[in-house]
Ligand binder design. Structure first.
Ligand code: SF4
Length: 598
């Protein structure tokens, strides 16, 4: 018997068999879809907020958040009941009850405006880009790969890139993980991108992107990292004319400059940038913006809006004696991606516990280091690096030391000879929510190293902020730009900001989500009449739902093939080889489609 899925994205439920609408099935063009989303998000939020302002909880019910709706819905009747039971004439304490009722009305309305309006699977809730994960897994299981790829691109333009480097918080929340192994969601995403690339290689004809709008707005993007590329993609889909400025000769930001090829080959991001060029996005690479380059004021004059996404370009210093002899991790990773990677003879210390530290360790091994020691001042549970990447580094030969901290560099005639280190122990929880590492007295010792690379993260420091046109830009004490969280507008009219510039150094997928949010906000602000233009009537199409496997085997995830160890560390070729058809189909079929139960 045939089964069909509901339209999970727009909640349209036709009579009889459930179905998908044109938008969710990929039959609306990208531009129609985004226009629709801008209007729909506002419309739904407006209705939910009005309902909650009339009766707290109604807006939450409208958004399918039953539990929250019940809580808000019971507060005012409870208060009135209390008033009725204790009534003995008017007293000042009744002002408190009235004040509390008004407060509940305001909070319920604000919650209806800012809260989600439709049920999502746990994986989708955990995804910074809110990808429709169960839907694209279903499309893989149905062998509908082009539609699966298109569906991801509605929220994530760089599918092949993120399919390789995402820390996949979705997998930590996957329901399959409760009684087995979580779905390899990121592996499936990468599979869709790989299959699309293969189809293109074989000469598959794809419909050309919609031309830009003749009278479309002009938007400048400063910085071509993940946030900038994402903003450029969605603005070009909407029809805006976009120019991307970057001081580097090649666009891509940290994706092209510092993520090693063994995790993300340059060709992947280059292909995705070529797609942006084909959509009409202009890249002004090698053009510095700010003092000494193109002035920000000139950009403000030339363009209708500007998106600032310069990332977090400056490495954080250790602040210990002799650190001028250390090597900057961004410089090291950048050079290792060049035609002539550095040759290392000797022992290397990498200091830090993030993904960049693991990348630098694995890169140092490939550059010929005798031994690579990764020093981290907390223990493994608090390490922010991806566990699978850390395990891969350890398998390749990186020696990881936990609860150890450098205290000074050992120099002889200005030449680095080693590090004085000290053992640490975990103390009380600090402001980061993790136990604070405390020095173990008397544990100082020297470790011999020829090269030391601190990887402690980055800060948002750039000369662009000295530009007079940005004098009124409000920023946090640590340099991050202050923005409105819902629209990413800054304190300067027409200027938006997102990605690491706003959040501090974070994941590429979070930066990409910011780029999309900014694109929609920019377009809605500067081209409101185009957003209001009517869309064609939506038409239902049906997508078969094959159901999920319940066999014992379905509890275990598919393992991606990877290069043998000996080949891996002899060069910079990509380590993971991706899923084949059978693996991807089996893995996608394990999905429980949790949101259908919500
Ligand atoms: S089983 Fe599927 S829908 Fe449920 S959390 Fe995992 S990936 Fe998401």
């Amino acid at each position: 018997m045939e089964q069909y899925v509901d339209c999970s994205l727009c909640s349209i439920e036709p009579k009889g068999k459930a179905a998908r609408c044109r938008r969710c099935s990929g039959m609306l063009t990208g531009r129609e879809r985004l226009m629709h989303e801008i209007r729909e998000a506002r419309g739904w939020k407006y209705i939910a907020t009005m309902l909650s302002a009339i009766a707290p909880g109604l807006g939450q019910f409208f958004g399918s958040r039953i539990f929250t709706g019940i809580i808000f819905g019971t507060l005012i009747p409870l208060g009135l009941g209390l008033l009725y039971v204790t009534w003995g004439g008017f007293s000042y304490s009744h002002f408190f009850v009235i004040g509390a009722a008004i407060f509940v009305l305001i909070v319920a309305s604000a919650d209806a405006w800012f809260g989600p309006t439709s049920p999502k699977a746990p994986c989708q809730k955990a995804c910074p880009a809110s990808l429709p994960i169960p839907d694209y897994l279903q499309l893989i299981a149905n062998q509908d790969l082009e539609q699966g790829y298109s569906l991801i691109r509605t929220r994530l333009p760089l599918v092949g890139t993120i399919g390789r480097i995402c820390p996949h918080p979705c997998e930590d929340r996957c329901f399959r993980g409760i009684d087995g192994e979580p779905i390899s969601i990121n592996g499936c995403k990468r599979y869709l991108a790989d299959m699309r690339a293969m189809r293109l290689e074989k000469g598959s004809e794809l419909p050309p992107p919609l031309p830009l709008l003749e009278d479309g707005p002009k938007v400048a993007i400063i910085g071509s990292g993940p946030a900038g590329l994402s903003c450029a993609f969605y603005l070009s889909v909407l029809g805006a004319k976009v120019e991307v400025f970057d001081s580097d000769e090649e666009p891509g930001g940290r994706l092209i400059s510092t993520i090693p090829d063994f995790r993300l080959p340059k060709e992947i991001i280059r292909t995705e940038i070529e797609d942006l060029k084909a959509r009409g996005v202009t890249f002004r690479s090698g053009e510095c913006v700010g003092p000494g380059g193109t002035s920000v004021g000139r950009i403000f004059d030339e363009f209708d809006a500007t998106f600032l996404s310069i990332g977090a370009p400056q490495s954080i210093k250790l602040g210990i004696e002799g650190e001028e002899a250390f090597t900057d991790f961004q410089d090291f990773l950048r050079v290792s991606k060049s035609e002539k990677p550095p040759k290392i003879n000797g022992n290397v210390a990498i200091i830090g516990g993030g993904n960049a530290a693991v990348d630098a360790s694995r890169t140092a091994l490939r550059c010929g280091a005798k031994q690579v020691h990764l020093l981290y001042r907390r223990d493994m549970d608090q390490m922010p690096a991806r566990t699978d990447e850390l395990e891969a580094a350890m398998r390749e030969g990186v020696k990881v030391h936990f609860l150890i901290n450098p205290t000074r560099a050992i120099l002889e005639d200005g030449v680095l000879k080693g590090l004085e280190v000290v053992d640490m122990q975990l103390g009380l929880v600090d402001s980061s929510g993790r136990p604070k590492p405390v020095k173990r007295e008397g544990s100082e010792r020297v470790m011999p190293f020829e090269l030391v690379i601190p990887c402690l993260g980055q800060t948002v420091a750039s000369t662009i902020f000295d530009d007079p046109a940005l004098a009124r830009l409000t920023r946090h004490k640590d340099g991050r730009v202050k923005v409105s969280t819902s629209t990413l507008r800054t304190s300067i009219s027409g200027l938006y900001a997102g990605g690491d510039t706003v959040r501090g150094a974070l994941t590429a997928v979070a930066a990409i989500a910011d780029g999309r949010k900014a694109a929609l906000a920019i377009f809605a602000d500067i081209a409101p009449r185009k957003v209001r233009a009517p869309l064609r009537r939506q038409v239902m199409v049906r997508v078969p739902y094959g159901g999920h496997q319940e066999s014992a085997k379905a509890k275990m995830r598919e393992r991606m093939h990877s290069k043998p160890l000996s080949i891996r560390i002899s060069g910079f070729q990509e380590v993971e080889e991706g899923f084949n058809h059978a693996q991807a189909s089996t893995e996608a079929s394990r999905c429980l489609q949790c949101h259908r139960e919500l």
